[in-house]
Design a protein around this ligand. Structure first.
Ligand SMILES: O=C(COP(=O)(O)O)N(O)CCCOP(=O)(O)O
Ligand SMILES: [Zn+2]
Length: 308
C-alpha cells in the first residue's frame, strides 16, 4: 500500500538504520528498485523530482508506482523530492503522494519557515508528511574557514527553532554532501560533529541526507570503459553512510549511484552486442543493474533488510 514515512522513520531511528529514498524516472528504474526491496523485505521510499515529472509526466509515474505496489504487495512511500514551492507540493498531495519535500533552503531562515509552515498545514490536514531543508548542500574544501562552513552547513540551534516553528516531520540537513557525481575535490568529509550536535538537540527527530550516493568506482570505470567520460567522480564512502544512520539519519537519498549502474550496464551491453537493437534487451540490462545496486544498498549500507 501507499504509506507515509512516520512509522518507517520511528522504527529506523530506534533500530539505528536508514530507509533508502530512490529517485524514479521510468518503468525499468521503478521495477528494479521494487523487486530488490521485495526480495530484501525492506521499507522503501520512491521519490519523484520536478525533473522526473517533466520527463515522464506525473500521471505515468503515479500509475507505474501503483502498479508496482499491486504487483509486489509492498508498503511504499511516494515522496516529492525537492518541491520548489507550495503549488507543486499541493499538486502532489492532491494527487495522492504520501510525503512531500518543500525545499526552502535557498530562502532566508524566516522565509523558509513561512513557506514550510504553509505546506505542513496543507499536508497534515490530509495525513501527508513533510520534509524540509535547512542549510546549503555543498562539499566544503578543508581549507575553507569555519565561518564560511557555518554559513552553509545546518546550524544546530536554528534546526531546533525551525522544527518547533514549522511542525515539519523530517529535516534534510547540510553536513558536507552535495548532489551528483562530483561531491568532493579533496578527501570525502562529512561534519559528524555537527550531526551529533543536531541529534542531541533534536532527539528522536528524523534527519535526511541528500547527495548521499557513493559514486562507486567500479561503475564509474565501467561507464568510462564503454565510451563514457566521467573523470574524477567522487561520492560519500559507504562507511560514512552507515555511521550517519546510527546518528539520527533515517532517510538516505540515492540517485546518482542508480544512474551510474544503469548507464554502465547499458553501455557495456550495447558495446558487446552491436547487432542488437531491441530496447527490451538493453533496458532489461539496465533494470537488472538497478536491482543489484538497490539490493547492495539495502543490505550493505542502509541496514534495512527484513525491517519491512
Ligand atoms: O539527494 C538526491 C540525490 O543525491 P545523489 O546525487 O548523491 O544520488 N536527490 O534529491 C536527487 C535529486 C535528483 O534531481 P533531478 O531529478 O532533478 O536530477
Ligand atoms: Zn536532494
Amino acid at each position: 500500500a501507499l504509506v507515509t514515512s512516520k512509522e518507517m522513520f520511528k522504527k529506523a531511528y530506534e533500530g539505528q538504520y536508514a530507509v533508502g529514498a530512490f529517485n524514479v524516472n521510468n518503468m525499468e528504474i521503478i521495477q528494479g528498485i521494487v523487486e530488490a526491496a521485495k526480495e530484501e523485505n525492506a521499507p522503501l521510499i520512491l521519490q519523484v523530482s520536478a525533473g522526473a515529472r517533466k520527463y515522464a509526466k506525473p500521471a505515468y509515474l503515479k500509475k507505474l508506482v501503483e502498479a508496482a505496489i499491486e504487483d509486489t504487495g509492498l508498503d511504499v512511500v511516494l515522496h516529492l523530492d525537492h518541491g520548489e514551492n507550495f503549488e507543486i507540493c499541493k499538486q502532489c498531495i492532491d494527487d495522492g503522494f504520501t510525503s512531500v519535500m518543500i525545499d526552502g533552503s535557498k530562502y532566508s531562515f524566516e522565509e523558509n519557515i513561512a513557506l514550510t509552515k504553509k505546506v505542513v498545514e496543507y499536508a497534515h490536514e490530509r495525513g501527508v508528511v513533510v520534509e524540509a531543508e535547512l542549510g546549503r548542500l555543498a562539499g566544503i574544501e578543508d581549507n575553507v574557514n569555519v565561518s564560511e562552513k557555518d554559513a552553509i552547513y545546518t546550524d544546530p540551534n536554528q534546526a531546533v527553532e525551525f522544527v518547533e516553528r514549522t511542525g515539519v516531520d523530517s529535516l534534510a540537513i547540510a553536513i558536507g554532501t552535495s548532489h551528483g557525481a562530483y561531491k568532493f575535490k579533496g578527501e570525502p568529509k562529512l561534519d559528524f560533529e555537527r550531526l551529533e550536535k543536531i541529534t542531541k538537540l533534536l532527539p528522536n527527530f528524523p534527519l535526511v541526507l541528500h547527495g548521499a550516493s557513493t559514486v562507486i568506482p567500479e561503475f564509474v570505470e565501467a561507464c568510462n570503459k564503454y565510451g563514457g567520460n566521467i573523470p574524477g567522480a567522487k561520492g560519500v564512502p559507504e562507511d560514512m553512510l552507515r555511521r550517519a544512520s546510527k546518528l539520527g539519519i533515517c532517510k538516505i537519498n540515492i540517485d546518482t549511484d542508480l544512474r551510474l549502474a544503469m548507464t554502465a550496464a547499458i553501455r557495456k551491453y550495447l558495446t558487446e552486442n552491436p547487432e542488437v537493437f531491441d530496447p527490451r534487451k538493453y533496458l532489461g540490462e539496465g533494470r537488472k543493474a538497478i536491482k543489484e545496486m538497490v539490493r547492495h544498498k539495502i543490505k550493505n549500507v542502509l541496514g534495512c533488510s527484513n525491517k519491512k
